[in-house]
Write a protein that binds this ligand. Structure first.
Ligand code: FES
Length: 128
């Protein structure tokens, strides 16, 4: 998990039970350096993680069906276009044509709610 900046704001994303281990993602939108970008959150081995929905190979969205990112093993996030594989807990490239890792977004989970955290890079589409 990325450590939030001290001045970051927690933005409610979804209920904890909407994210099942190696299951479907929850999509959300952020401003990344002021530009609207799609993002997604998943749960892997009990922990929640979020990334921009943008492959490091070619900047395309990665899901092969809406909100489906995990491969059949449930251990890798796979890009539908050319098969790049990323580690769900770090976003690092594991294999395939990726050029670096996924862009990680800080999350927290408190009292059954998952929040994403604003930073210098990430701001909400709408003010919280
Ligand atoms: S666009 Fe993702 S592997 Fe090529």
């Amino acid at each position: 998990m990325v450590k939030p900046h001290d001045d970051s704001v927690a933005v409610a994303l979804c209920r904890s039970d909407e994210l099942q281990d190696s299951g479907k993602a929850v999509a959300f939108d952020v401003l990344y350096f002021g530009r609207p970008e799609a993002a997604f959150a998943v749960r892997y081995q009990g922990q929640v993680h979020a990334y921009l929905n943008r492959c490091s190979h070619v900047p395309m969205e990665m899901d092969y069906q809406p909100n489906e990112f995990f491969d059949t093993t449930g251990h890798w996030l796979m890009c539908a276009t050319h098969g790049a594989m990323y580690a769900p807990h770090t976003g690092h490239c594991r294999m395939g044509p990726c050029r670096g890792g996924l862009v990680k977004i800080s999350l927290s989970e408190v009292d059954g709610v998952v929040h994403w955290h604003t930073s210098g890079q990430f701001t909400p589409i709408k003010p919280p």
